[in-house]
Design a protein around this ligand. Sequence first.
Ligand code: NAD
Length: 506
Amino acid sequence: MTVTIPSPVDALHERLREPLRHFIGGEWVSAQSGDTFDFHAPSDNRLLGRAASGDARDIDRAAQAAHAAFPAWRALSGKKRRALLYRVADLIEARAHDIAVAESTDTGQPIRFMKSAAVRAAENFRFFADRAEGAQDGLSLPTNGFLNYTVRQPIGPVGVITPWNTPFMLSSWKIAPALAAGCTVVHKPAEWSPVTATILAEIMHEAGIPAGVVNLVHGFGETAGKALTEHPLIRAIAFIGESRTGSLIQKQGADTLKRVHLELGGKNPVVVFDDADLSRALDAAIFMIYSLNGQRCTSSSRLLVQRGVHDQFVEQLAERVANIRVGDPLDPATEVGPLIHPRQFEKVCSYFDAARADGATIRVGGERIGDTGNYVRPTLFTDARNDMRIAQEEIFGPVLTVIPFDTDEDALRLANDVPYGLAAYLWTNDLTRAHTFAHGLDSGMIWVNSENVRHLPTPFGGMKASGIGRDGGDYSFDFYMETKNVAINLNGHRAQQLGMPGNKEN
Ligand code: NAD
């Protein structure tokens, strides 16, 4: 007898025959309204599956579950939380290939990058697991006659709202530190890519995370997302998404005084000086905008090149961009896959017209590919100015805008002259220039002579319209925890005496 083991792709389609459900209080449940929404495969826009469409009632149920689970979860020792989070990481690794297939199918991100995204998610869980025991640690701040010390304690149930670009990795980036800190979670993933959030909930359940500690509610931003930001039992919202939505989240959370952490958009410069290692700079500039379909917040979407090396650099760049392999996201050879959704596809394509209208040159690409799926040709705009829409707005696709500059002052002015301030990349071998320029940049993260290489203890986050707050290492715990100061008097000093006998005569 031959036993046929279904391929991960077949297995995914098989499981998506049933609508994805919410995970609340340790149970898989449909939306209370009974409604579902459809989601589609970016490669051909055919129906991929359906998910429960959450509204305020589902969010309330999940928030109540997170609230009920909080006292026991926060009381669990850091050691036990660490062990559970390690188990989550192990299970993620064991299912890394299935996760990668699901993520590629659901988002259009090439499988070559999604394999490492699952592994990075496991790393996030292990990294914060290792810090669970020390999360409550504070400072000792003694002064004359007083011992002051601080302790941290988890803020309570938190809402996590995630976007559709690399959703599995980004969910782990928020959920792992929240759980390590002792918070309980209600997660609302993006409606365009709900599949791997479901797998993550399954894994956490299987790992033994107690019922109610992590809850998942699918649905739209305007309904489920909004209700989460407004729920009185939810103490904080960790959000990753567009700057416009970040601003809405602040407004929605105002009545319940939500603490918010916003990781938002970017229009990140890569600045190439004429003394740089141009060959490495070329590889990095290409990688940072054309990997992950250009749908990454830290993508280097503006290339500022010093005039002396501009033509030579752009020549080589154009040749490489024209060679980028676009195709089926599940094909390991694919470098750029389809964009997530027809709306995002139309948005990216609209910039081809904007570039022409504003007088830039479309040196490579600038066109759709085929009639099915959301495929665009990797695109290079040259002869651009920094005031053009292609240089100011976050396009979030495999699209790069090149602008020449003459002096360091010009480069710094151009680099900072956008609403965003998330990441920047500098290419120079001049040590003084690198430091001076880095200090002048309005960017939360700067890489010198490198693409984005993450080190988890370092702060991750942006300035200006790119966000509020930082993630990573202890910065994450500052968000998910309250810091309390305890002041103990040691010298028996006495307060000023009010209301003493004899006062009234005055
Ligand atoms: P989005 O803002 O449209 O949606 C993000 C999430 O917010 C989704 O789950 C959505 O349902 C929800 N949402 C929408 N409206 C809401 C509302 N009124 N209240 C509550 N929730 C609401 O973003 P997107 O298009 O899914 O993602 C792309 C964006 O994310 C880009 O701008 C990108 O730069 C940004 N991003 C930033 C980082 C970072 O670390 N800074 C990382 C990844 C992505």
